[in-house]
Design a protein around this ligand. Structure first.
Ligand SMILES: NC(=O)C1=CN([C@@H]2O[C@H](COP(=O)(O)OP(=O)(O)OC[C@H]3O[C@@H](n4cnc5c(N)ncnc54)[C@H](OP(=O)(O)O)[C@@H]3O)[C@@H](O)[C@H]2O)C=CC1
Ligand SMILES: CC(C)=CCC[C@@H](C)[C@H]1CC[C@H]2C3=C(CC[C@]12C)[C@@]1(C)CCC(=O)C[C@@H]1CC3
Length: 345
């Protein structure tokens, strides 16, 4: 019988390694002595110790070149939630993830770590300190969430000790930090257009915002602790800062840190949600004629006006996870990293 030569445990690939989370993950892996292959649809930087492979993850042949001699694959590529393009989410998150799994099998990869999302259980209503056993959302709030659910199920079902292929899913929530193209830029853009005067609801809703380095730490711990006899096999893990914060306090700290005023006036949650729903419907109906991208989507309003924070007790117990950067320090580092977005800059 032919024996399969095991690739070095220190060779890994990051699919989506040019993105916000992916690049932070790549940098930390290099620091820890890994040789890293980045596979992404674009190349956004260069780094010693990193080889770039540009391609679409739906293309198995392109993937196979990047996965040669790799033992661990981190899959953190996805279209941006804001794209709201059903066909694109289906193609990349579902068909593409199936292709990633097939490519892993063919390349002899032993571990696959998926970046899922805590939103897979979010239906737009309050979630307080939820554990991972909460059922997936029956009515996912958008296409992004719908396809992240399918993607997570597919990756966890692919876990097979017999075939020496182990999988685990990390569910982060509200990732923020330097170089994030979403949270701080969207917030500052809204502030500059005078849209950050209002608090949706009573402003007391608690939310997890997770510093990118803590998310990276969770991914690396998961990869290193994932073994045939470990409890991580085929499991999902919440990774958060473990410090739920009022959504509007967090937004205010970022805004004030960058020189903008904090929102002050309250608007009823149901009113704003209703308007967002109406705008979304109008944009949907008019899509064949004109592309409209409303700032207030139902998903964003729900995120801004409900409680959604998650327990990471399972990650603490099974992989010894603890956040490495506390929230206060994380906010300070983030604010400092966006000098070009300061008021007046
Ligand atoms: N940011 C957050 O708050 C959260 C993120 N997540 C998950 O974390 C992961 C990373 O998110 P984040 O870093 O914010 O996202 P980014 O958009 O910054 O990174 C994703 C990367 O994947 C690339 N990509 C997209 N489609 C393909 C494709 N078909 N083939 C190859 N590469 C592709 C993107 O390229 P391009 O930019 O050109 O599209 C981008 O470089 C995602 O899976 C996301 O669902 C989960 C919870 C919260
Ligand atoms: C915790 C979590 C999952 C956060 C995700 C981050 C983004 C979804 C937020 C980043 C900036 C936020 C924002 C709004 C909603 C949520 C974000 C997009 C508003 C659109 C909410 C309504 C407003 O008053 C304007 C806000 C701009 C910033």
């Amino acid at each position: 019988m032919a024996t399969r030569i095991r690739p070095s445990n220190k060779r890994c690939a990051v699919i989506g390694g040019s993105g916000f989370l992916g690049r932070h993950l790549v940098e930390r892996l290099v620091d820890r002595g890994y040789a890293v292959a980045v596979f992404d649809i674009r190349q956004s930087y260069e780094l010693p110790g990193v080889t770039f492979y540009q391609g679409d993850l739906c293309d198995k042949h392109a993937l196979l070149v990047a996965l040669k001699d790799v033992s661990i694959v981190f899959h953190c590529a996805s279209p941006a939630p804001a794209s709201d393009d059903r066909a694109l989410f289906q193609r990349v998150n579902i068909d593409g993830t199936r292709t990633v799994i097939q490519a892993c099998h063919e390349a002899g990869v032993q571990k696959l770590v998926l970046t899922s999302s805590a939103s897979v259980v979010f239906e737009g209503t309050d979630i307080k300190n939820a554990k991972e056993d909460l059922p997936y959302a029956k009515r996912p709030i958008d296409y992004y969430t719908e396809t992240k659910i399918q993607q997570e199920k597919m990756v966890l079902e692919a876990c097979s000790k017999e075939n020496d292929f182990l999988t685990v899913a990390i569910r982060p929530h509200g990732i923020f930090g330097p170089r994030d193209p979403q949270l701080v830029p969207i917030l500052v853009d809204a502030a500059r257009r005078g849209k950050m005067k209002f608090i949706i609801g009573d402003g007391c809703n608690l939310v997890d915002f997770t510093y990118v380095e803590n998310v990276v730490h969770g991914h690396i711990l998961a990869a290193e602790r994932l073994k045939t006899d470990s409890p991580l096999c085929a499991q999902a893990y919440h990774i958060t800062n473990d410090e739920p914060v009022r959504f509007w306090d967090f937004m205010s700290q970022i805004l004030v840190g960058l020189g903008y005023s904090a929102p002050r006036y309250h608007l009823p949650y149901m009113l704003v949600y209703g308007i967002a729903l109406l705008l979304w419907l109008m944009a949907f109906i008019m899509r064949p004629l004109v592309q409209i991208k409303p700032t207030f989507t139902p998903m964003r309003v729900a995120l801004a006006g409900t409680h959604h924070y998650y327990s990471c007790a399972r990650a603490k117990q099974d992989m010894g996870y603890q956040p490495v950067v506390p929230l206060k320090e994380a906010i300070a580092r983030t604010v400092e990293s966006y000098p070009h977005l300061r008021k007046g800059a």
